[in-house]
Write a protein that binds this ligand. Sequence first.
Ligand code: AHR
Length: 334
Amino acid sequence: MRGIKPLVALSGALVLSMSLFGCQGEKASEGGSTTPSANGGSGKKLVIGFSQIGAESAWRTAETESVKAEAAKLGVDLKFADAQQKQENQIKAVRNFVAQGVDAIMLAPVIESGWDAVLLEAKKAKIPVILLDRGVKVSDDSLYTTLIGSDFVNEGRLAGEWLAKKLNGKGNVVELLGTPGSAPANERHKGFMDAIAKTPGIQIIKSQTGEFTRAKGKEVMEAFLKSPDSASINALYAHNDDMAIGAIEAIKAAGRKPGTDIVVVSVDSIRDAFKAIKAGELNCTVECNPLLGPQAFQAAKDALAGKKLEKKTVVPDVVYDTKPTDQFINDRKY
Ligand code: AHR
């Protein structure tokens, strides 16, 4: 494997640069057509394995679609594996990709820890690993090639600063955390705590995971609203829009007004979040861009061409807190 892989990687890089990133394919021998060829005329398609977490949120579905669409556009043979939220399934998928000798691996890691062994296997096979959206905690950073994603700490900080201002520096917040052990849950919590530490009148009075899903967000918020001190809740911070949207249902069912009685701030900026802002039920959403396909394949191309990549490419995010137009909502890509 050691001897063969660099050749595979090199041919992958050539295929990629010839056929997938701007060059026209070879003229067909008979018809003389110059339409782009899927394999650069070499007869070998680039093969990339993508281990995705699952489909817990609209954001995740948009990320999957972005990667699949880019693969289709570029003529890449994408091996897609849905891990159903389980790290063990992702480890199996990465091992399978290594065994198949794919040219590169894309991995959206469900949690941060526990990746050293399988990433070492990929490294030994000389297969570049591109981390998508979430980071990992490993003993040696060279176990992966690069990470493309948002700055989750900054997203949490933006949400916290926005909320502290909205509440005029005083209020009781409940928090819906993302998947336990995941980078966005850990880092969005940290960023938010850093922001509200500057405002002693703001405190988190309850914090529990809603696992990034609408159903769980609703269920946990229902429980928060049944607790003896529920009347003191002034605001909700949800680590993603789906949990916030589920929680908004629970707030309404409990006879309180989301967006007014309970201020709601969340992260992602999916289309449904803008609908909720328009309805006055969500106050603010901090964007986290899931449309990572084009950058991911560019990184794969660069890695296969032997270029040195930055360890992290941060995708910039913005804060939305004003009512959008219908046109804006219709044009929203996710
Ligand atoms: O890792 C990004 C997070 O994962 C998104 O904010 C959330 O919606 C998703 O499931």
